[in-house]
Design a protein. Sequence first.
Length: 220
Amino acid sequence: MGYTLNFAAVWRSFDDLLLGLGLSLVLAFGAILMGAVIGLGVAFALMAKNRLVKRPAAIYVSIIRNTPILVLVLFTYFALPQLGVRLGKIESFVFTLAVYSGAYLAEVFRSGLLSIPPGLREAGLAIGLTETQIRTSIIAPLMFRNILPSLSSTIISLFKDTSLAAAIAVPELTFETRKINVETFRVIETWMVASCLYVFTCSTLAALMRALERRLALPR
């Protein structure tokens, strides 16, 4: 018996898919912004000479990068309440993704810091800048330009990771797709449309990041 494609049921609920996609983007960018703050701080800690600063940062990166994100999501949502820490579904997922992204972004930022010549710091000190001014005015802008390709891949990967929020019933794109699938039994159609939305969004993000790379590229 052949299978006949029928997208009518999916189109009737297409608004729900778009709302889910919008929430996925909000989850991703909220987590990435917080993760960037965590990652930058951890990156500087990893570069520190003091072991009391460097060691905890290295342990954090190692533990988070070697733990599946789904395990972290379930631990945060189901286990932390047993310890008295209660978060809503969305807050729980954003917090988890921020901690997870922070570990990956720390390595991205660290590679950017390693690419900056040490002489720039010495030059900054020579003209009377403080360490904070050197980091914010010289090191951070140069590092950001150097890490853009790696940062692009990380952002796209983290956006796709928002699909795991469906595991705790956050109504993002994958959750809405699964809901439509259960209600209509149009398995192929619903997941085809969801896949196209993910591909389109990831392609758009990649194009935006490439445009930013070209804009910030040094003239040759």
